[in-house]
Design a protein around this ligand. Structure first.
Ligand SMILES: [Zn+2]
Ligand SMILES: [Zn+2]
Length: 275
């Protein structure tokens, strides 16, 4: 495994709800899912509707599919694709899922109950792959083996959530979505993102729009840029796009930002970044 094998692919970049249709062909309408490949290791961030297309691709790959799936939180837009993730139905495949317990609801139960009657005809227990659930808490650090570590921090978001930093050697990427900026929990996030190569950040709103959405649990590209500068991160990828924002509006926004800040890009479905 070499460092050049650290690749990030975006399968779902839209926030809150899927928005298919002619207005979202370029940036994409699927909800969050990001594939991280480090050598042969497969790490999946969130299981929004974007995971269904990732699943179709994985089904074409030879041999058993083994991966780690990190869920930020179980709001619908981050788990809705899981019941349709084909590799989870195939015997021989194996996935470890990581996420938070909420009160007396275990992480496993919070996923399983979305696949029960009358919501879904096939219970999770009937999926063919081996599925292991691991409960984590913000602040935990995990060793995934092969020299890969995952660090976490708490998100300021309704019902909470977790940000992730995936590190291999001196390369890393951070996944910070469904996070509202503010003094609360900011220190842990600054530490999580310090010096990272790639910061994927919740830029659902612009600073001009934000006052109308305070308390919704999302941030702005301006705050992403401030975090990039405060942490010395290399690049900023704007993520969890506002569902109402059309391709045309996204393009205007992105062009205006990148003209001034070339290290900033807006995530698009299908975008691949190698660290
Ligand atoms: Zn979300
Ligand atoms: Zn959320």
């Amino acid at each position: 495994m070499t460092l050049s094998d650290f690749t990030i692919t975006f399968w779902g970049v839209r926030g809150s709800r899927p928005v298919p249709g002619p207005r979202t062909v370029i940036y994409g309408g699927n909800t969050p899912c990001v594939e991280v490949r480090i050598g042969k290791r497969l790490i999946i961030l969130d299981a929004g509707t974007g995971i269904t297309n990732l699943g179709s691709k994985l089904m074409q790959e030879p041999g058993p599919v083994i991966g780690d799936i990190f869920i930020t939180h179980v709001h619908w837009d981050h788990i809705q694709g899981f019941p349709f993730f084909q590799p989870a139905f195939r015997i021989g495949n194996s996935f470890c899922l990581y996420g938070e317990r909420k009160g007396n609801v275990s992480f496993a139960a919070s996923i399983k109950r979305t696949m029960r009657h009358p919501h879904f005809p096939v219970p999770l227990e009937h999926m063919g792959a081996a599925l292991h659930f691991t409960e984590i808490e913000p602040g935990d650090m995990l060793e995934l083996g092969d020299g890969i570590t995952v660090r976490t921090a708490a998100n300021n978001h309704p019902d909470g959530g977790i940000s992730y930093r995936i590190q291999y050697g001196n390369k890393s990427c951070c996944y910070v979505t469904d996070y509202e900026h503010g003094p609360e929990k900011a220190q842990a996030l600054l530490e999580l993102c310090a010096g990272t190569d790639l910061l994927i950040y919740d830029a659902c709103f612009t600073a001009a729009e934000y006052p109308g959405y305070q308390g919704w649990g999302h941030s702005t590209w301006e705050e992403g840029l401030a975090l990039l500068e405060a942490t010395g991160a290399g690049r900023l990828i704007l993520f969890h796009h506002k569902p109402e924002r059309s391709d045309e509006e996204m393009a205007v926004l992105e062009t205006n930002i990148t003209g001034q800040y070339p290290m900033v890009k807006a995530a698009r479905e299908g975008m691949v970044i190698s660290l």
